[in-house]
Write a protein that binds this ligand. Structure first.
Ligand code: PGA
Length: 258
């Protein structure tokens, strides 16, 4: 498992409806993060809607928070691509990371090929790619294991060793996203080991020390410590509770204790 700071990513998804509200949330998080003592602080990344990114970067000022986006365009460069925002534009607007392959994007039709393409574009633009993988459902025959292996292999196709420092894997079982209960730490432990084993096969033993493995799906202050400690993950991808400043900071504090 990667030594060092835990990585806590907040995915605001399509929230809130107005930047004023987003600003209030961000300043609440900023205040809470500033109160955390050095050693107890994880690395926090906030992924607001694109429209708020520049204002968010400005409002956060000089803090330990950094920002990411929730997706990047599958197109490179500039040009006639109505509605698209390239990875480089995000980078130039202050993003340092990009969530890629979130199940809500995959559900909207994003293919493994597109996920791979977006990862390359994000890396090329100097963004850290937070790559989401996760099975839709689990059958007793264990076929989800093969599903995860394939998803991970296709996502990382042609990603070179030198770029691994800019990759994080977020394991998010689709059935736990937006659900009442998170995956149990015991089941997660099996998956985090399994994912690291695949990374070793794809690269080398070293890869597991470089690539953080995160968990996402119904993370809350109640389960964060157990998930990180007993699930043996390097951080968390938080949806709903990233919209509550106190809960989000508390999740980070607990994760850093694990
Ligand atoms: P949730 O979402 O924390 O609201 O379950 C997680 C995610 O979609 O990343």
């Amino acid at each position: 498992m990667k030594k060092g700071k835990k990585l806590i990513v907040g995915n605001w998804k399509m929230n809130p409806a107005r930047w004023d509200e987003g600003k209030g949330l961000l300043l609440g998080i900023r205040k809470g993060v500033m109160r955390l003592k050095g050693g107890k602080a994880p690395e926090f990344v906030i992924c607001p809607p694109n429209l708020y990114l520049r204002d968010a970067v400005k409002a956060a000022g000089k803090t330990k928070l950094s920002f990411g986006v929730q997706d990047v365009s599958p197109f490179d460069g500039t040009g006639s691509k109505t509605g698209s925002i390239s990875a480089l534009m995000h980078r130039n607007s202050g993003a340092k990371s990009a969530i890629i392959g979130h199940s809500e994007r995959r559900q909207a039709g994003e293919s493994d090929d597109e996920v791979n393409r977006k990862i390359h574009l994000a890396l090329g633009a100097g963004l850290r790619a937070i790559v989401c993988i996760g099975e839709k459902e689990r059958h007793a025959n264990g076929d989800y294991l093969e599903f995860i292996r394939t998803q991970l292999r296709l996502a990382l196709e042609k990603v070179e060793r030198k770029d691994l420092a800019n990759i994080a894997i977020a394991y998010e079982p689709v059935w736990a996203i937006g659900a009442k209960e998170a995956m149990t730490p015991h089941d997660l432990h099996q998956m985090s080991l399994y994912i690291r084993k695949i990374l070793i096969e794809l690269y080398s033993a070293e890869a597991t020390g470089i690539i953080p493995v995160l968990y996402g799906g119904a993370v809350s202050p109640e389960n964060a410590l157990g998930i990180v400690r007993d699930g043996a993950v390097d951080g968390l991808l938080v949806g709903r509770d990233s919209l509550n400043a106190a809960n989000f900071v508390e999740i980070g504090r607990l994760a850093a204790m694990a």
